[in-house]
Design a protein around this ligand. Structure first.
Ligand code: HAM
Length: 421
């Protein structure tokens, strides 16, 4: 009858359990780092994203007019909204402001596995901290979230867009176009832009620069390539790496990569991307770095840095690494034997739920053996058989669904017995 819009997904119970697992690993990690949750609207005025997100993202916006004729867009990410909120209302909080949020974001992209038009992001931002410790904190949070999920194949690629901006002798609009070509590694587009800007001689060093990646020695090679320009950036990255060690981020988990340009326009300093090398084409599970948006939105200049990770891709990465156990099961499935026991069965069910157990009951009126089949299919750990005769002694049958063992247990001890197992 109706089809889902292209690039969207329905998530069934097993999918949702995985998505919530990933989100809660993020929330736990962010809270342990002292971040606090905020929420911003799902749609914003179009200008907010058009201002500074860059050509890549603006082309992908879901933009529309509302009935009042206002130009709006579904959020393609959180950072612009958070900085709008910061400038308008959060400015007076003690610095640094450390906030997190998560939820769906929307980009009109060509869908494929791991790339959707509606996707989940988790995001943190630090506003008003000192540069180096804040960048290190954000990187450690991103890697820490992947650890908390149970991922071991982690590759952070760390670069510095400040050094590229310092090297490119163009105004912001032209710089954005050149950076866009470099981000996409689209060298014909790069040649074209540099020809248009009458600086074709920059093509060769730029192509060689963005190909540089590896250990700290690439920082020296990059410095040579740029004729000593942007030297502070390379020293900065070395100092950053030293901090990462203290956070327990292993050198095997990151490399320097001069080709990290990022698809969004607001970055000005350290930038990084996180890969899960097990995934195919869409292996980039996260990205972030230092940026300037508060100024653009009318605030005072403060240091801003953050990261977002893609929930869909983290789930795929966790599946690829076999992180997920069997789907979550219910603890107890209550089977009333005969209509006369139904009220008592519901009381027992309610007591189990109140005791914090996941408990369910027959809603169809099946016979006991059909009910046991259902309990089995639903993955219940226990079936509780509520029979008239047993109830007279305030007892029920407790059946272990895995072993098939069944015994009588006093109603008052039921929750404890199930929890003990
Ligand atoms: P981003 O690199 O555009 O950065 O997105 C972050 C992550 O969101 C990506 O690495 C990817 O995992 C996921 N993602 C993006 N687009 C899609 C898609 N179409 N389908 C599935 N997943 C996707 C940002 O959004 C910045 N706001 C990050 C940031 C925060 N920078 C500073 N603070």
């Amino acid at each position: 009858m109706f089809e889902r819009p292209r690039g969207t997904n329905d998530w069934g119970p097993d999918d949702m359990a995985k998505r919530r697992f990933v989100e809660s690993a993020f929330v736990r990690t962010a809270e342990s780092f002292g971040f606090r949750e905020i929420q911003t609207p799902l749609f914003e005025s179009l200008d907010l994203f058009a201002a500074k997100s860059g050509p890549g993202v603006v082309e992908e916006l879901y933009a529309f007019k509302d009935k009042g004729g206002r130009d709006l867009a579904l959020r393609p990410e959180f950072t612009a909204s958070i900085l709008r909120f910061y400038v308008a209302e959060l400015r007076s909080l003690p610095k640094p402001v450390k906030v997190y949020c998560y939820g769906p974001a929307f980009r009109y992209e060509e869908p494929q596995k791991g790339r959707y038009r509606e996707f989940g992001q988790v995001d943190v931002e630090i506003i008003g901290g000192a540069t180096l410790p804040s960048d290190a904190e954000v990187l450690a949070l991103a890697v820490g979230t992947m650890h908390a999920i149970g991922l071991t194949a982690i590759r952070a690629r760390i670069g510095h867009i400040g050094m590229l901006r310092a090297y490119l002798p163009f105004g912001p609009a032209d710089q954005a176009k050149v950076l866009h070509a470099l981000d996409k590694k689209n060298f014909p587009m790069l040649d074209e832009e540099l020809a248009r800007l009458q600086r074709p001689e920059l093509a060769d060093p730029l192509k060689r620069l963005v190909a540089l990646h590896g250990d700290a020695s690439v920082l020296d090679q990059a410095k040579d390539l740029l004729g000593g320009k942007g030297a502070e950036a390379f020293d900065y990255l070395r100092a950053l790496a030293a901090q990462l060690a203290a956070y327990g981020v292993s050198p095997a988990e990151y490399e320097f990569d001069m080709g990290v340009v990022r698809g969004l326009d607001y970055y000005t300093g350290m930038v990084f991307e996180l890969d899960s090398p097990n995934l195919g084409a869409e292996k980039q599970v996260g990205g972030g770095g230092a940026y300037t948006l508060a100024e653009v939105f009318g605030g005072e200049p403060v240091f801003q840095t953050g990261v977002a990770l893609g929930v869909d891709r983290l789930v795929l990465a966790a599946e690829a690494e076999g992180v997920f156990g069997p789907p979550q099961r219910i603890d107890a499935y209550v089977v009333p034997i005969g209509e006369s026991t139904r009220s008592r069965a519901v009381e027992i069910l309610t007591a189990l739920r109140a005791a914090g157990l996941r408990a369910d009951i027959d809603l169809v009126g099946r016979g006991p053996s059909k009910n046991l089949d259902y309990a089995n299919a639903a993955g219940a750990r226990y079936a509780i058989l509520v029979g008239e005769r047993e109830l007279k002694a305030e007892k029920v049958g407790l059946r272990n669904m895995a072993s098939g063992e069944q015994r009588e247990v006093p109603v008052g001890l039921l929750a404890e017995e199930i929890r003990k197992a």
